[in-house]
Structure formats: structure tokens, C-alpha cells
Design a protein. Structure first.
Lengths: 193, 250
């Protein structure tokens, strides 16, 4: 909860996180207008076990922001069975934003440069063993890999959320292979004069 | 028994394992002094790049090869004291092997491949047939029992091989790159089986260069140039950390 509050304080479109949630919610509304709980259900279907990671409050906060910026509008509908009576739909500006998002090719960066520089600096300063830094990072990623693997094995074959987990697994695997190369390099560096 | 506790709860316990091939300048030291303990019910993965000696280590642990030096206990027996015939007998009863290339007998059906180690271990043909049925069902291949390996996909062959490895209720299952020849979907099937074995408390040691396979284990040993260089116990983490990896949250 504290994390999402912190995120929601950021300028929209600056934090990658918030930007994605905004665009994702807009895109989910492109299909048809919906109640907030319906949006959450659409997200849950696409995310599978990962939907647990999504903060519920975040959906409401983001909807509020989107409405303020004129990308969506909402209307109260009288329904006795729900407290949640607001139906959201895209405005014309919102529809344009979604289309622009579909065209957008920017890609989240895994950013190995920072870690690389950390190792170089650690070795140069002699304050920390780069191999140990690499090994600790490997343990961290391996635990994440195990968790993603478990979640993936729990998905039935052909489930759309399984595809997301596949992406998570392949990325972690690529990172771990690079860390292995780092470990080899810095182990060998120790033996060099 | 005067052995300390740690020796008794370990089903595999190796000290100073060394394996050399050749001699003189051509000498290769594949395994250079490895200590390893595997507790009953534990699942351990040994990961490392190809040529690091991990397969050789696995063969030493399973008694398929004899070390140049060092000592090894497997299922409460000291391997260095066993004659060849005794060692073969211990392997048959205490160890189930799963290989990258499956190593099924091509002329035998899936069921017969699973029955073979039971027959060699002295079970009656009737008992062997019944247990083979149970095992093939547990790997999802009940309807393929009468097929020859050539009529099965790679993933199905490996599942038969896993059923075979379990035939004699081994103390430990040793797997050498079990998904090395499989596509992504078949890999998932085999990993599900290993996950099931782990949950059932089967002691398991697998060597792999594939992080995904290694990540199914409880404990991970990293091998480089014939020595174990790192050890970590894998924790599950939380779905929160999974969210962070996916990019759903920071």
C-alpha cells in the first residue's frame, strides 16, 4: 500500500510504472465502458497469479487521475446491487492516447550498465568483492526465477497469463547468464596481477 | 553406528571427491576435490557451464564411475569398499538415473522399459507389470504403455525414463540435463514431474546448465572448473517480488 501511495505521488507519465497502469487501464476501456471492478477482472484474467501483485487501490487512484486529465469520463448508474456504481468510458482524447500507445515502441530497459559499473567500482576501490556481489545478485534472481517457475507450472497449458510468466522466465534467465559471465570475469580478474 | 548425525541424515555424502582422466600432460582433472551432502527428501541442483565437471560429479555420486580419490557414502554404504558386483546391486536398488538422451531400450515398449529394472532387481513379472502401470499413469502416459520409444515424442520418452528411474523406489534420483533434448513445452511437462517428485519428498539431485531447471530445486550448487564455488538455498519469495520482476510494480 505504501508503495502505491508513493507511486501515485509521482508526476503522471514520468514513472514508468504509473504510465503503464494508466495506458493499460485506458486500453482496457477501449473494448467497452466498464465499472472499476470489471476492469480489475479484465486485468486479473490477463495477469493470472501476477494479479495479486497489483494494488487494488491503484486502479481507483489511476482512474481518478485519468478522469482529471480528461482521458476518461464517468457516469453514475443506478444499480441497487452495487456500491460501485460508476461506469467509466474513454473520451476522444483517451482513445487517441490508447492508439498512440499501441504504436509506441519504447521498451523497459533492464539496465545492466549500473550493475556493471558497481562491479568495476567495487573492484577498483577494493571495498567489496565483485564476485560476492555477483553471487548475491544471482541468489536474488534465482529465487525470483523459482517463484516465476512455480507460478508458470501452476498455469494450465495455453492460459494467456502463462505467456507473461514465460516472458518473466526468459528475461531472468538472460540476466542470470550475464551474471555468470560477470562471475567468470571477476573470478579470473582476482587471479590476474 | 558411530557416525555423526549429519552423516546419518545424509543419503549422499561425499568428501574430497577427485576424478582425473588420462595421465601426464594429457591429464584432465574433471572433479577437483568436492564435498557434498544431500539430505533425505532434499532436492539439489548442480548448475554450471558445459565442461565444468558436473556430469562427472553426478556419475561419481551415483556410483557409475569411481573417483580417483575421495570417499563417498550412498544409502549408508561406503562405495569405495564395494566390489563391482555389489556396486551394481546398490545402483540398481538405491539410484534412479535420468539421462539427457533418455537411454531407453528401443526394442522394448514403454511399459517393458519401466519393468526392466524391477525384473533385474528380482521382482516378479506380475508385480513389475502392475507397478509399471502405476508409474506410467503418474507420468501421464497410461495410454502409451504399449508404444515403442520410436513412437513417442522426446518429452514422452523422458517421462518414461523418469518412471523407469522410480521403478525400484530409489533412495535418490539423479538426473543429468533431463531437459537438454526437449522443447519448451516438453520441458514444462518434465519440470512439473520433478516438482511433483520434490513435493512427494523424493531425494533428487540434478545437474543442468539451464537456470529454469535448476530453479525447481531447494538448494543450488554452482560448479566451475571442477569445484563447487557457490551454494544457495532457494526461497520462494512472495508474489510481491514477482510483481516487481514483471514490471507490474517497482
Amino acid at each position: 500500500m505504501s508503495e502505491s501511495l508513493e507511486l501515485s505521488d509521482r508526476e503522471p507519465l514520468h514513472g514508468y510504472q504509473l504510465r503503464v497502469v494508466q495506458e493499460v487501464l485506458l486500453a482496457l476501456l477501449a473494448q467497452s465502458g466498464a465499472h472499476a471492478y470489471e476492469l480489475r477482472a479484465r486485468l486479473a484474467l490477463a495477469l493470472g497469479p501476477l494479479a495479486d501483485a497489483l494494488n487494488e487501490g491503484q486502479v481507483y487512484v489511476t482512474l481518478g487521475r485519468l478522469e482529471k486529465s480528461g482521458l476518461i469520463r464517468s457516469e453514475r448508474v443506478d444499480r441497487m446491487d452495487r456500491r460501485d456504481r460508476r461506469v467509466y468510458e474513454l473520451t476522444e482524447a483517451g482513445r487517441e492516447r490508447v492508439l498512440a500507445w499501441f504504436e509506441d515502441v519504447s521498451w523497459p530497459k533492464p539496465a545492466p550498465a549500473e550493475f556493471h559499473l558497481k562491479l568495476v567500482a567495487a573492484a577498483a576501490a577494493g571495498l567489496a568483492d565483485p564476485v560476492r556481489i555477483v553471487d548475491r545478485q544471482r541468489h536474488e534472481l534465482l529465487s525470483g526465477l523459482r517463484e516465476a517457475q512455480r507460478a508458470a507450472l501452476g498455469e494450465r497449458t495455453g492460459a494467456v497469463a502463462g505467456l507473461l510468466l514465460e516472458g518473466v522466465l526468459l528475461r531472468l534467465q538472460a540476466d542470470l547468464r550475464w551474471l555468470e559471465a560477470c562471475a567468470r570475469f571477476w573470478s579470473a580478474a582476482k587471479d590476474r596481477p | 553406528m558411530t557416525a555423526p548425525t549429519v552423516m546419518r541424515t545424509s543419503v549422499v555424502s561425499a568428501r574430497g571427491l577427485l576424478k582425473e582422466y588420462g595421465s601426464g600432460p594429457a591429464r584432465v582433472r574433471a572433479v577437483r576435490g568436492v564435498d557434498v551432502d544431500v539430505a533425505a527428501g532434499e532436492s539439489v541442483a548442480i548448475i554450471g557451464p558445459s565442461g565444468c565437471g558436473k556430469s562427472t560429479l553426478l556419475y561419481l555420486l551415483g556410483g557409475l564411475e569411481r573417483p580417483t580419490a575421495g570417499s563417498l557414502r550412498l544409502a549408508d554404504r561406503r562405495l569405495e569398499r564395494l566390489a563391482e558386483a555389489q556396486l551394481a546391486r546398490l545402483r540398481r536398488h538405491a539410484v534412479g538415473f535420468v539421462f539427457q538422451a533418455f537411454h531407453l531400450v528401443d526394442e522394448l515398449t514403454a511399459a517393458e522399459n519401466v519393468e526392466l529394472p524391477m525384473l533385474l532387481a528380482g521382482r516378479s513379472p506380475h508385480q513389475a507389470r502392475e507397478r509399471a502401470c502405476v508409474l506410467l499413469r503418474s507420468v501421464g502416459l497410461a495410454d502409451r504403455a504399449g508404444h515403442l520409444p520410436s513412437a513417442l515424442s522426446g518429452g514422452q520418452r523422458q517421462r518414461v525414463a523418469i518412471a523407469r528411474a522410480l521403478a525400484n523406489e530409489p533412495t535418490v534420483v539423479l538426473a543429468d540435463e533431463p531437459t537438454g533434448n526437449l522443447d519448451s513445452e516438453a520441458t514444462t511437462d518434465v519440470l512439473r514431474l520433478f516438482e511433483q517428485l520434490r513435493a512427494d519428498g523424493q531425494t533428487l539431485v540434478l545437474v543442468t546448465h539451464d537456470e529454469r531447471v535448476a530453479a525447481t530445486a531447494d538448494r543450488l550448487l554452482t560448479m566451475r572448473d571442477g569445484v563447487l564455488v557457490d551454494e544457495t538455498r532457494l526461497t520462494g519469495g512472495s508474489s510481491r517480488s514477482l510483481g516487481a520482476i514483471t514490471g507490474l510494480e517497482e
